[in-house]
Design a protein around this ligand. Structure first.
Ligand code: FES
Length: 265
C-alpha cells in the first residue's frame, strides 16, 4: 500500500501556536498541536498541516513558499524567522510560534503591516531624478562598483523581521525602524539618485537614525543578509559629515559652511 505524504513521519513535535480573535471572549491564548514531522519539513508545512488537518480556523500568511515574498514572518522560540525557510529539525521537539512584534494583531499569527509600510513609503524608496522629465528615454548606466554600493541593501523583501526584532520599535512607535532606514540608505548610496538631501532630512531626526542604539538584532534576524545595522551607521556618518555625503557632481559646501563644520567637528 502506498504511503501518504504525512504517513512518512519521523517524529511527533509539539507546536504551541498563539491564537487571537478579537470577537471571542478570551481574545488571546495558546493552542498546542502535535505535528508528525518528517525530514525536510519546514515550519510553514507544519502550520499548513495544522490548518488542513487539525484546525481550519488557524490563520497565518504565506505565499511564495521560497523566501521571496516576505509574507510568512513569525517569532519562533523567541526569534524572528521566515516559516518557509525554517527547517523543523532545527527547532527541537517542542516549539512555540508567535506573531511578529511591534505591529497590531489582526488574527492568530497575522499582524497589520500598515504602519511598517507607511514608514517604508516615507523615505521615498525610489530613484529621484531632477532631469528625468526633460529626457525620459535616457539610460542611467552604472559601473560595477557603483552597483555594489547599494546592491546588498536592495535585497530587502519587506518581511518585517527586523522591525519586529528591533528594541527601539518596541518603545517608540514613531521610530522609522531598520527596514525604512535601510531603504533610505539603499537609494542614497545609488549613483543615479538625486534625492539624498530630501531623504537625509527625513532620517536625520530623533525618530530616525538617532534613536538607533545599535542593538544589531535587525541584522541578526534578516533572512536576506541585508545588514540594516550597518546601513543605519552609514547614515549616521553621512549626517555628521553633512558636506561629505554629497556626491562628487554636486557643488561643494560654501566656504563659510565648511568653516562652521570644521569648527564644530
Ligand atoms: Fe514567501 Fe515565506 S512564503 S517568504
Amino acid at each position: 500500500m502506498q504511503r501518504t505524504e504525512f504517513e512518512e513521519r519521523t517524529e511527533n513535535v509539539s507546536v504551541k501556536v498563539f491564537r487571537y480573535d478579537s470577537s471571542s471572549i478570551k481574545k488571546a491564548k495558546f493552542d498546542t498541536f502535535i505535528v508528525p514531522v518528517k525530514k525536510g519539513m519546514t515550519l510553514l508545512e507544519s502550520l499548513l498541516y495544522i490548518k488542513e488537518r487539525l484546525d481550519p480556523s488557524f490563520t497565518f500568511r504565506y505565499s511564495c513558499r521560497m523566501g521571496i515574498c516576505g509574507s510568512c514572518g513569525l517569532v519562533v522560540n523567541g526569534k524572528e524567522k521566515l516559516a518557509c525557510k525554517t527547517q523543523m529539525e532545527t527547532l527541537g521537539k517542542s516549539i512555540e510560534v508567535r506573531p511578529l512584534n511591534n505591529m497590531p494583531l489582526i488574527r492568530d499569527l497575522v499582524v497589520d503591516f500598515s504602519s511598517f509600510l507607511e514608514k517604508h513609503k516615507k523615505v521615498k524608496p525610489y530613484i529621484i531624478r531632477e532631469d528625468v522629465d526633460k529626457n525620459p528615454d535616457r539610460e542611467f548606466k552604472q559601473l560595477p562598483e557603483e552597483v555594489n554600493n547599494y546592491l546588498i541593501f536592495a535585497d530587502c523583501i519587506k518581511c518585517g523581521l527586523c522591525y519586529s526584532a528591533c528594541p527601539t520599535n518596541a518603545t517608540d512607535e514613531l521610530y522609522l525602524g531598520p527596514q525604512a532606514l535601510t531603504q533610505a540608505y539603499r537609494f542614497i548610496a545609488d549613483s543615479r539618485d538625486d534625492g539624498q538631501m530630501v531623504r537625509m532630512n527625513i532620517v536625520d531626526t530623533n525618530h530616525g537614525i538617532w534613536n538607533c542604539h545599535f542593538a544589531g538584532s535587525c541584522t541578526d534576524v534578516c533572512p536576506k543578509g541585508v545588514d540594516p545595522a550597518f546601513a543605519i551607521q552609514q547614515l549616521k556618518t553621512l549626517a555628521i559629515r553633512k558636506s561629505g555625503f554629497l556626491k562628487k557632481k554636486r557643488p561643494a559646501a560654501p566656504i563659510d559652511k565648511r568653516r562652521e563644520i570644521a569648527e564644530h567637528s
